[in-house]
Ligand binder design. Structure first.
Ligand SMILES: [Ca+2]
Length: 256
């Protein structure tokens, strides 16, 4: 067992004993003009452990309660007063000291050690660049991997899964459009159909704009005749082509 895991288990045991939990609280007020970010809103509350001036005892033997569920709940808890910088938090995730909270389920989290890192398999992950993907002036961490991998945001002394590539129909990348960075999910898996969904954030828990555009065959049985749609409105080919040219010229893929 490596040292980090051991620390995680010990901290967990201590937390359990102290009955201290790091529960998220759902933020009451609605954010933004869009409706597709309930998980982001759930994550946006400040989550801290109060009065947890924990002493980590490295040399004690961990007890038998070693389940990964418990590791997910604890890891190294950071006191609010510590107020770690974004880059420090991302470093802690990369070296396995802290987990990242899932975007799907804010009660669930994962460590980098749970990912298949650098195995060379098509679906393995690798540490990518750090870039400001949510336009708040601070970097996010890109973990390159299958379907565009995982983008992580650090805030409130925690690391959050910000965006994730979920499959061939939801390949994750990012682009620069109209001076801002947008997260993009692409579906290019079928001939005669391409669909793109873009999201612009101002802070990873604050979705401020979305764009949808796609091209599809007018008739599935007739090749070559397509129609083009931007945000629900059919647009001419020229306009669609110009939009795509502009957007894809800046696209950064993060599969590898
Ligand atoms: Ca940022």
């Amino acid at each position: 067992m490596n040292r980090c895991k051991k620390i995680a288990i010990l901290v967990c045991a201590l937390l359990t004993a102290l009955n201290v939990t790091a529960c998220g609280q759902e933020k009451g007020d609605e954010v933004v003009n869009t409706d597709e970010s309930p998980t982001r809103q759930q994550e946006s509350s400040v989550q801290t452990v109060e009065g947890s001036d924990l002493e980590i005892k490295e040399n004690e033997t961990a007890n038998a309660d070693e389940s990964s569920e418990n590791q997910q709940e604890s890891g190294i808890q950071i006191d609010e007063s510590t107020n770690l910088e974004t880059e420090e938090l991302l470093d802690l995730f990369v070296n396995g000291s802290i987990s990242a909270i899932s975007s799907e389920d804010s009660t669930s989290a994962f460590y980098i050690t749970e990912l298949d890192m650098d195995s060379g398999e098509w679906d393995s992950y690798s540490i990518g660049e750090r870039a400001d993907l949510d336009n708040d002036g601070e970097n996010e961490l890109i973990i390159c991997g299958p379907y565009g991998g995982i983008y992580l945001d650090a805030r409130d002394n925690k690391v959050y899964e910000f965006a994730v590539g979920e499959g061939d129909a939801l390949v994750l990348s990012y682009v620069v459009y109209n001076g801002s960075t947008w997260i993009m999910h692409s579906n290019r898996m079928n001939t005669g159909y391409e669909a793109y969904h873009m999201e612009k954030f101002e802070g990873a828990d604050n979705l401020v704009a979305e764009m949808n555009f796609y091209e599809e065959l007018v008739d599935d049985n007739v090749e070559g005749k397509e129609k083009y749609t931007l945000n629900g409105t059919e647009i001419p080919y020229d306009e669609y082509f110009e939009l795509c040219s502009k957007i894809f010229a800046t696209e950064v893929t993060t599969t590898k």
